[in-house]
Design a protein around this ligand. Sequence first.
Ligand code: TYM
Length: 342
Amino acid sequence: MAKEVILTGVRSNAELTLGNLLGAILPLVRLQQQYSGEYQINAFMPDLHSITTPTNYEQLFYRTIDTLRFFEAAGLKLDDPNTLIYRQSYIPAHSELTWILDSFIYYGELSRMTQFKEKSQGQKSVSASLFNYPALMAADILLYDASYVPVGEDQRQHLELTREVAMRMNSRFGNLFVIPKAWDEQVKFNKTGVRIRSLKNPQFKMSKSISDPSGTILLLDNPKEASNKILAATTDSLGNVNYDFKNQPGISNLLQIIATIKNQPIEEIAQYWKGETSYSKLKQAAAELVESVLVEIQTNLKLFSRDEAISVLAKHEFKVRDIANMKLASVQSSVGLRLKNS
Ligand code: TYM
C-alpha cells in the first residue's frame, strides 16, 4: 500500500521569519527525522501563492530557491528517498487542478476566508488570485493525496475548506481524493499548532507580510540584533510568568518560542517557568535560544549554494511531475474532460 503523505509549503513572497521556522520548517524537519520511511514527505515552495499580493518580482526566483536552502539549513535531508521537494509553478498540474476545484468551491466559501478579509482590508486593489488562494492551496494538497498538512494555526480555515471540497467531490465522483485529517488531528500528530506572535504587538502574529521590524525576527537578521529584539519584547505589568495567551500574550509568546526551539511540550516549559517573577530571566533564556538557532541556520545556509539547490530541485521536479499528472488525469476523467482510461 502507498505510504500516507505529509505535505507542507512555505511561500517566498518576503523574507522568512522566526514564525515560519518555528511554525512550519522545524516541525517538518522533525517529522522527517521521526517518520521518514513510514510516510512520504512533500516539502514545496508555493511560488504561485507568492504573487497573490504584490512582491519583489526581481527577487522572487532566488527567494524561492533560498526557501529550500533554509529547509536544508534547518536539517531537512534532501537525499532522503521518501522526501520530495519542488516548486509549485514547475508542476503545471497544480494550476490545472485549481481550475477544476474552483468549479466545485463556492464564491461564498472563498468570501468567508479570514485571511482574505485581513489581507484585502484597506487595499485599493485586491487581486483575483488572492481571493482564489485557498483553491490553489487545496490543489497543492489534494494532488498528492496528503493526509497530514503541518501548518500554523493561521492556515486552519484553508485546510478545512480543502477537506470540504474533497468530500464534496468524493460524494459526487467516488473516492477521488484522500481527505486530509482535520486540524485537531494534525496538531496531535505533529505536536504543534503554534502561532508565534509579534514581539512588539503580541496580539498579532509575527508576519513577513507586515512591516513590524522590532516585532519580527527574520531568519537572516544578525543573531545578536535578533536576541536584542527578544530582550526588548513587549510583556505586561503583572510580574508573574504564566502561560496565558489571553492575559499575558507577550510572556506566553516567549514560552512558546522556548518550547518550540527546545522541542519540548509547552506544558512542561510553562510548568518550569510558572511563577517566575523576573521577566528578564525568561527573556534572556529565549534570546539565547533564538540567537543560537539563527547562528546555526545562517552557518549551514552558506554551505549549500543556490546552484546546488537548483539542481536538487530539478531532479525532484522531474519525478513529481509524473506523480501529479497521473492524479490530474484521474480527476480530469472523473469530471468528463477526458475519456476514462484514456
Ligand atoms: P506562508 O508562507 O504564509 O507560511 C508558511 C508556514 O509558516 C507558518 N507561519 C507561522 N507559524 C507560526 N507562527 C507564525 N507567526 C507564522 N507565520 C507563518 C504558516 O502557518 C505556514 O505553515 N498558505 C500557506 C502556504 C501553502 C501551503 C500549501 C501550506 C500553500 N499551499 C499547501 C501547506 C499545504 C502559507 O501560509 O504560507
